[in-house]
Design a protein around this ligand. Structure first.
Ligand SMILES: C[S@@+](CC[C@H](N)C(=O)[O-])C[C@H]1O[C@@H](n2cnc3c(N)ncnc32)[C@H](O)[C@@H]1O
Length: 273
């Protein structure tokens, strides 16, 4: 096939990429026929997935807008995927043209696309890094050049922490990031999980567990609202607390997805005191 002008030269056009599958689901244009075949197969097995990911991306836009309105102009987005379709830099720069954004992803294909997309954008960049190696990310020369650790930074962890099992100690890893962030910094999290209908802090309602099993792959680590609150202990979770993703400060411009309270992802924004 002819290489599209947006495809970096190091990208193999015949090998599907999960980052581009995701881009397809959120309505982006950085995907190829090989990716769309995979996307459609996965979608037929799990029809709620693309809607959940679009809903998650809409939450991310709302969270960035809210934080920009609070004066935050630095964003470190880890597990960013391909930065298209209303991603962090688009929203942050629209709100405040002097914002700065660093995207990090473990997937070299996502990073390669990201660098191509951001080639002409001096206020945003994309680097390869592993969330589980905070030291490497925080001392990366591009991160140090782009973000001032003496001022608040929003650490964005959208739809990534559910890939981190408990045995990798996500809270300890988060602590290493938080130690580096100035007071007044924020943490933005979206995560696979559902609200318990019977008792939000108690054991999952049976129907919720069944829905989850039907809808979400066993490969990811589901955490409920209580687990997410515990992950953020010591931080101030801002209103409206932990909610299903479409219900976190929904706004008229960005209407909540029809999955509503049945969403299989939870959202929160927390402030470092
Ligand atoms: C579901 S996508 C989320 C994309 C974007 N954050 C959003 O919410 O729209 C998850 C991304 O996390 C990345 N990822 C998974 N584990 C990671 C890790 N340990 N470090 C950095 N990125 C990781 C994957 O490569 C993928 O691009």
């Amino acid at each position: 096939m002819i290489r599209p002008d947006w495809a970096p030269p190091d990208i193999d056009l015949d090998t599907p990429s999960i980052a581009r599958v995701y881009d397809y689901w959120v309505g982006g244009t950085h995907n190829l026929p090989v990716d769309r075949v995979i996307a459609e197969r996965l979608e037929s097995e799990n029809p709620v997935l693309p809607m959940t990911l679009r809903s998650n991306r809409a939450f991310l836009r709302r969270a960035v807008r809210e934080l920009s309105s609070l004066g935050v102009d630095q964003f470190l987005d880890i597990g960013a995927g391909i930065p298209t379709e209303g991603n962090v830099h688009e929203v942050a720069l629209e709100c405040n043209p002097s914002s700065r954004v660093v995207y990090v992803d473990i997937d070299p294909v996502a990073v390669s696309h990201g660098r191509a997309i951001l080639a002409d954008e001096p206020r945003a960049t994309s680097i390869q890094g592993d969330f589980l190696r905070p030291g490497e990310i925080l001392t990366n020369p591009e991160v140090r050049a782009m973000l001032d650790p003496d001022r608040p930074i929003a650490l964005v962890l959208a739809a990534i922490l559910h890939f981190v099992p408990d045995q990798d100690h996500p809270r300890k890893v988060l602590d290493q990031y938080l130690a580096h962030l100035a007071p007044g910094s924020f943490l933005v999290i979206s995560h696979a999980g559902i609200m318990h209908r019977s008792d939000e802090t108690g054991p999952p309602a049976p129907e919720a567990t069944e829905q989850y099993k039907e809808r979400v792959s066993d490969a990811i680590r589901w955490r409920d609202a209580a687990a997410l609150r515990s992950l953020c202990s010591g931080l101030d979770i801002i209103e409206p607390g932990v909610t299903p993703v479409p219900l976190w400060r929904p706004c008229a411009d960005d209407p909540p997805d029809e999955v509503g309270t049945d969403a299989v992802a939870l959202a929160l924004v927390a402030r470092k005191p």
